[in-house]
Structure formats: structure tokens, C-alpha cells
Design a protein around this ligand. Structure first.
Ligand SMILES: *Cc1c(COP(=O)(O)O)cnc(C)c1O
Length: 555
């Protein structure tokens, strides 16, 4: 079956979005007329492969040498007026996310309006820690939060949120809400004051689960339960029910259940409503008065909320059939995001906003209360103003506003419609890649039914493996048999060698050690299997780039 063609109507929408919001066009966005910016934009627009960028930069090797030789801060400063050569060099040769071949991980070029907005935020330099230090920026933060609340179906009057330092911190808040709500003494006494507890997350969760829990002082091996995954990489509700039941039966507190909507590599999307319902049912059964805080890590997946009110039947954007069908299924799951007590939004990923721009959304503003420290600690600030802000509840003190201004600007200029076009385009690219891989010798697409932006795959030697799907099943069937291990290692080695030989061409894909997990064996053990991945979030990528990559798939 030939891959579905992109509709001309969709194509026109996309071209318009690219022209208006991703062109760095100084006629539309005069800020790009600044000589340093214009120079950096021109240099970055050349799209040479990562390995060749330094050599193709005028005087690049010398500039790098000069930069590396710098030891001392200059005694006398520079008179302003012209671009600073090494500053321009560093900006120009920082990773070119605008290159259509850049598909490494969940990272993107920012859209023009987000850059414009972020620059305004930088210019004004508000500090979100405290109303007096940010004034109107505080209103802007509340405005973005209201709009996101409306999109997901939170009550915008009751919801709140905090722009914070990356998705990792958003998830940290998720854990902290649970800890402070279920174990209020922890505010003073830490976690180990005698109350037995277990944190619950999923084996498919992001590594920030580990860094955060470790930071919080949680014993990772003994106090964390990592729930098994289904074939679709979402959380196994049967395993969750039995683990949660076991905890409650023993009087063990469960502060937080951490779910994920859109895992980084395989785009597993957890259900939320069944977890919410299960939690309430078990709380009632065991007399648990404070239910676990349910946090959803939607760092990657959140922009699917722009489709919650898309007219899928009429499909006015003419999104291709396969993408539309996958999108509809995923979006149905995002309808359940409103059952989460809080969730992570990374504007800095699929939201096309410059770093750092992350928002932890909170369903009930009451949740912030649990995080409040004694006002005595905040002697810098006037007591009667403190109550108006989250000052006593935030993990950090100073909070920059560039991310907030960037996010607001992107949301207003792009609108839901602009975001839908951008998101649908990247998913169409991902599906095109999947369809082409499915008919490429030796290729097997991992979790093809998860129609997310990431396409993970394994490559087998076509000379040895005629049926990649069957071989993949054998790889997955974890066994203690030495022959099993030898074959998996041989397969891994083949793909790894192809990946290295091919180099970064067509698409700059990544190697991932944990592209998927094996089946569970009789003792519930599993192992990661490596693979290659391309994440389609780049608005500049077209089918021709995918074709160029596939033309040299096996090196
Ligand atoms: C990127 C990511 C994070 C971490 O977010 P940062 O903004 O990089 O700190 C957390 N969870 C998921 C699923 C992610 O993809």
C-alpha cells in the first residue's frame, strides 16, 4: 500500500503557518532585523550536517581555537555597536533545530512569535516570585493558566499553576503535592518520620522520576513501585490495582501516582479516569481519607489538547486519514486529563517556545496550601501581600518570565488552529516514516499503534532476517537461554553498526538504549532493547528528508 498523500489543502495551511510563524522574516517580525540576529539567522539557515558545521563556518576553526584559548575576562569592555564575533559564532553554531533533518528527541526550533514574546519578557525582566517584583507579568501567568485550564476542562476559577524550571520540576511538584497532602508532617520532619509510604509510577516514565524521587530522599528500591506496562506502553491497570490494594491493605500511604501521557520514546498514553476511579474506590474500601495525588506527566503530549474540540468528522484541515484516525484515538485519552490533580506542560517541546518554558497545572488551588511554609520564613516580603501569590509554596525563589511571555505570545499568534496544523503536520510525517519503514527490508517499527511524534525502530540484517516482525517477537521473548542472548546481541550489534556507518544523513536520528522493553518473564523481570528513533516535531521537515534518510537506511 503506498503511503497516503498529504492533501493540497493541508499543504497550503502548513505553508502559511511556516511563512507567518517560522520564517524569521523581518518584515513580519522586525526584531530579526537586528544585525547580530540577522547574521545568526543567515548562518544557521545553511543546513549543513552537524559534522560539517564548524568547517563550513567562515573562520570557524580559528574562532573555536580563540574561544577555547580565552582564559581571562577582559579588563576593558567592548564599545557596543557591532556584532561580537565569538558571540555570533556560538549562537550560530549551537544546535540547528531549524535544520529540517533535526529530529533528535523532543526538541524543537522556537516559533517567531514565541521568540518575540520571550524577548519582551527578557526586556521587562519581571521576577515571578512575588507580585511586587513582576506586577503585570503575574496577571499574564494567570491568563495562560486560565486558557490551559479551559482547554483541558479544568474549572479556570479553581485551577492554578506555576511556570517553573522545566518539565522535571513540574513532575517534582507532582510528587511534592502528594507528599505534603498525605503526609503533612513531612514539611518539618522529612519523609522518614515513621509513616510508611510508597510512591507509584510507571516503568515507562521519564527518567526525571528517578532524579526527582532521589532528590526528595525516597528510597528508590524500597519505597517506589514501578507499575508494569502493557503492550502499548501505557500503565497496566491490573498491576496498578493489585499494588495499590496491597499498599492500602497494609495502611501504607501512597502520596502520588505519577502517570504519563506521551512517553518520550514510544508515546504511550496512560488512561487517567480509570486510575482516578480506582483510587477513589480503594480509598473508600480501606478508609483512606486523603487519596493519592494523581499527577500526569504530559510534558510531551500536552499539545494534543488543542484537538479536544476539533471537528474530526468534517476534518476541515484535511488531515490525512491514517493520522486522523490515530489522532482521534489519542485525543480521546487526553479527554481524561481533566481527572488529573496536576499535570506537566512543556511549552519548550511541542509548544515551540524557547527554553525554559514549563508550566505545572494544578486542578484545585487548594493543593498549593499543602505546600505552604510558615510565613515566618519569608521575612523579605510584606505579610499581607504574601497570600496573593504562591510565594510560600514554590520550590524555587526567583522565577524568570521569558518562558511565560513566549508561551502566551505563541498561544495568541498561532491560535488553536495554528497549533493543530503544526502538530498534525509532524504526526503526518511520523506516520509517513512508519509506513515507509513497514515496507523497508529488515525494518521493524516499535509500537506502531502509538501514533505519536516519535518513530522508534529496529533494523535487522535483511540477509539473515526475512521476517523482521517475527524476529522482533523473538527478541522480546526474554529468556535465560544463552542462544537467546547471543541472537539479541547479534541483532543489536548489526543495527548499531548500520547506525554508526550511516552517520547523520537525511535525518539526524538518535540511538536509544531503551527503545522498548522485552516481555516480562516468569519472575516479572524485563530488559530494555535498544533501537533507533526519529522524533517528528520539526515544522521544517518534509517527506523528501525522510526519503533521503530511507534511501540509505542500511548504511
Ligand atoms: C522531557 C520530558 C521530561 C523532562 O522535562 P524537561 O523539560 O526536560 O525537564 C519529563 N517527562 C517527559 C515525558 C519528557 O519527555
Amino acid at each position: 500500500m503506498p503511503p497516503v498523500a498529504a492533501s493540497p489543502v493541508f499543504r497550503r495551511h502548513l505553508e502559511l503557518v511556516r511563512e507567518r510563524y517560522f520564517s524569521r522574516n523581518p518584515d513580519l517580525w522586525p526584531v530579526f532585523r537586528d544585525p547580530s540576529l540577522a547574521r545568526v539567522i543567515e548562518l544557521r539557515g545553511q543546513h549543513v550536517t552537524p559534522a560539517e558545521r564548524l568547517c563550513s563556518y567562515p573562520g570557524g576553526t580559528d574562532l573555536l581555537g580563540a574561544l577555547r584559548a580565552e582564559r581571562q575576562m577582559p579588563e576593558e569592555g567592548i564599545v557596543p555597536g557591532s556584532p561580537h564575533e565569538r558571540l555570533v559564532f556560538a549562537a550560530a553554531l549551537s544546535k540547528a533545530w531549524e535544520d529540517p533533518a533535526s529530529v533528535e528527541n523532543v526538541i524543537t526550533a522556537s516559533c517567531d512569535p514565541a521568540i518575540h514574546g520571550a524577548m519582551l519578557g527578557i526586556l521587562a525582566n519581571p521576577n515571578l516570585v512575588y507580585r511586587e517584583y513582576c506586577e503585570m507579568a503575574d496577571e499574564l501567568e494567570k491568563t495562560v493558566i486560565r486558557q490551559i485550564a479551559n482547554l483541558v476542562g479544568y474549572d479556570p476559577e479553581d485551577a492554578t499553576g506555576i511556570f517553573t524550571q522545566g518539565g522535571t520540576f513540574c513532575n517534582l511538584y507532582g510528587y511534592l503535592f502528594g507528599i505534603r497532602k498525605t503526609m503533612p508532617e513531612s514539611l518539618q520532619l522529612g519523609l522518614e518520620y515513621g509513616q510508611d509510604y510508597r510512591m507509584i509510577n510507571s516503568q515507562g516514565g521519564h527518567y526525571s522520576n528517578t532524579t526527582n524521587l532521589s532528590l526528595l530522599g525516597v528510597n528508590l528500591a524500597k519505597k517506589t513501585i514501578r507499575i508494569q506496562l502493557t503492550e502499548a506502553n501505557d500503565i497496566d491497570l491490573v498491576d496498578l490495582e493489585s499494588q495499590l490494594t496491597a499498599c492500602f491493605r497494609l495502611g501504607c500511604v501512597v502520596p502520588t501516582i505519577m502517570l504519563t501521557m506521551g512517553t518520550t520514546d514510544t508515546f504511550g498514553v496512560d488512561r487517567v479516569k480509570p486510575v482516578h476511579d480506582l483510587s477513589l474506590r480503594l480509598c473508600e474500601r480501606f478508609g483512606v481519607t486523603t487519596p493519592p495525588h494523581i499527577h500526569v506527566d504530559a510534558a510531551v503530549g500536552w499539545p494534543l489538547i488543542f484537538f479536544l474540540d476539533y471537528d474530526f468528522a468534517a476534518n476541515p484541515l484535511e488531515i490525512d486519514e491514517i493520522t486522523l484516525e490515530g489522532l482521534l484515538r489519542t485525543v480521546e485519552r487526553f479527554r481524561e486529563l481533566r481527572y488529573a490533580d496536576s499535570f506537566t506542560v512543556d511549552f519548550q517541546k511541542w509548544g515551540y517556545v524557547p527554553y525554559t518554558s514549563s508550566l505545572v497545572m494544578v486542578k484545585h488551588r487548594d493543593s498549593m496550601k499543602a505546600l505552604e511554609h510558615d510565613p515566618e520564613n519569608f521575612s523579605y516580603f510584606e505579610k499581607d501581600i504574601q497570600g496573593q501569590t504562591h510565594l510560600q509554596s514554590t520550590i524555587e525563589c526567583s522565577r524568570g518570565a521569558a518562558g511565560l511571555f513566549g508561551a502566551y505570545s505563541a498561544m495568541q499568534y498561532l491560535g488553536k488552529s495554528g497549533y493543530r496544523i503544526l502538530i498534525a503536520n509532524t504526526l503526518q510525517n511520523a506516520n509517513y516514516m512508519r509506513q515507509r519503514l513497514a515496507i523497508s527490508p529488515g525494518a521493524f517499527v516499535i509500537a506502531p499503534e502509538n501514533h505519536g511524534p516519535s518513530v522508534a525502530f529496529r533494523l535487522y540484517d535483511p540477509a539473515r532476517v526475512s521476517d523482521p516482525a517475527a524476529e522482533f517477537e523473538r527478541d522480546k521473548a526474554l529468556s535465560a537461554d544463552p542462544a537467546y542472548r547471543r541472537r539479541v546481541q547479534q541483532n543489536n550489534a548489526y543495527h548499531r553498526e548500520v547506525f554508526l556507518r550511516r552517520g547523520k544523513r537525511g535525518l539526524y536520528t538518535n540511538w536509544v538504549e531503551f527503545a522498548m522493553h522485552t516481555d516480562y518473564d516468569a519472575t516479572d523481570r524485563w530488559e530494555p532493547l535498544p533501537g533507533e528513533k526519529a522524533v517528528f516535531m520539526n515544522p521544517y521537515t518534509d517527506r523528501e528528508h525522510i526519503d533521503a534518510f530511507l534511501a540509505r537506511l542500511h548504511g
